[in-house]
Design a protein around this ligand. Sequence first.
Ligand code: ZN
Length: 156
Amino acid sequence: MNIKELYQEIILEHGKNPRNLRKTDNFNKDAKGYNPLCGDNVHIYLKLNEKKKVEDASFEGSGCAISMASASIMTDLVKGKEENEVKEIINDFLGMIKINPELKSKNLKDDERTKLMCLSGVKQYPMRVKCATLSWHTLISAIDNTQEEINTERLD
Ligand code: ZN
């Protein structure tokens, strides 16, 4: 199996069996996001403790395999991390999907980096990029408490 096939396999598996597809009890941050081009929608929930560490992350929603896999991988990965680490990882991920060849964040473990790189295949397909980044833009909105629903057609 080559790397591309491995990446596709991981995305399909997460798309079929998304992790954290539920609503966090006593969440203290949340945001909704919508990708009208594909019909993907997500509602991200976070529970941060008093030290701003993510105790739990989850999502509800529906959409294509890429949007669901991205939300699944993302919610798994942010658990146990501090808010500033999460923000750094979001920027790193969005940078990688847009232009950077690799992820640079030191807050990522090797297996986490591999899972995120699974989504790098969308780079050649602008429509798929919106599927892959929807939950990440929505996570920013949740962390910043903007109370604003993310719409991928209104992002740069
Ligand atoms: Zn999609």
